[in-house]
Design a protein around this ligand. Structure first.
Ligand SMILES: NC(=O)c1ccc[n+]([C@@H]2O[C@H](COP(=O)([O-])OP(=O)(O)OC[C@H]3O[C@@H](n4cnc5c(N)ncnc54)[C@H](O)[C@@H]3O)[C@@H](O)[C@H]2O)c1
Length: 255
């Protein structure tokens, strides 16, 4: 008996650090996995790692900004398993820049991937969840929605928008579907390292140290520590939680 036995979970960003950890944990907990990512090789690697855990896996490469990607994923999952129970909106991009170096294109891309695409996925998936008796949406936001940091203006704005989206969606779907968000602190994945490259080389060590110091354990999270909270919110263990914004940031906001 596992926490997610028989549940059908749509996972975006499954080729990335947190998305892969979530796909593996969800599968270990008994879920059927429908996953997507724009990075084909990384998505295939996740599929390969899942082979040892489950045969109930669907994998579709695509850009989540294009509604056709989630549509294909959702339709395939419903066709194969009859419904959808969990949507984990994990895919995102990070573009780090000083406020005066961000371009309009950067800003629009961040909003499109980090906020509009999760919104579009929710619009597509909620009717399926209602048909199968309910469900749970987990949006992965960021500490950047709760606290600012250098070179994060547009990224943090997109993640704060996702928090606003989460709270309001929770109202609209409350009878059947729960909708929560998590706000992770710094996680040891390619995304965190990418942010550092926006700083001049001589400032990178200090920037890394600043992020580390904000977290009371004085270390970055592992992807599996974040996946554990996504699985909790996706499962019935969190059945009285909706509209919640859950910090998973080792005390970053306790200062
Ligand atoms: N790494 C951190 O320090 C950190 C901190 C707070 C929040 N987060 C959030 O955690 C989540 C997971 O990030 P991660 O650290 O695993 O990063 P990651 O870069 O390892 O993973 C993100 C994944 O999303 C995919 N992706 C990007 N754009 C896409 C698109 N248009 N269509 C489909 N897939 C797309 C990427 O290919 C990648 O596999 C993200 O929502 C991120 O914003 C990360």
């Amino acid at each position: 008996m596992h926490r997610l036995d028989g549940k059908v979970a749509l996972i975006t960003g499954a080729g990335g650090g947190v998305g892969r950890a979530a796909a593996l944990l969800f599968a270990q907990e008994g879920a059927r996995i429908a996953m997507t990512d724009i990075a084909e090789d990384n998505l295939n690697e996740t599929a390969r790692q899942l082979e040892d855990v489950s045969s109930e896996v669907l994998s579709i490469m695509g850009d989540i900004v294009d509604t056709a990607t989630i549509d294909r994923l959702a339709s395939s999952a419903v066709e194969r398993w009859g419904g959808i129970d969990v949507l984990a909106n994990i895919a995102a991009i990070q573009i780090g820049a000083s406020y005066d170096a961000y371009t309009k294109e950067d800003f629009d891309a961040l909003m499109a991937v980090n906020c509009r695409a999760p919104f579009q996925a929710i619009q597509r998936v909620v009717p399926e969840m209602k048909r199968s008796g309910g469900g749970s949406i987990v949006n992965v936001s960021s500490i950047g929605a709760l606290a600012g940091y250098a070179h994060g203006a547009a990224y943090c704005a997109s993640k704060a928008a996702l928090v606003g989206l989460t709270r309001s969606i929770a109202f609209d779907v409350a009878e059947d579907v729960r909708c929560n968000a998590i706000c992770p602190g710094a996680i040891d994945t390619p995304m965190a390292r990418q942010l550092l490259t926006s700083f001049p080389e001589e400032e990178r060590e200090a920037a890394w140290a600043t992020f580390t110091a904000r977290q009371l354990m004085k270390r970055f999270a592992s992807p599996s520590e974040i996946a554990a909270v996504i699985a909790f919110l996706g499962s019935d263990e969190s059945s009285f939680m909706t509209g919640a914004i859950v910090p998973v940031e080792a005390g970053w906001t306790a200062w």
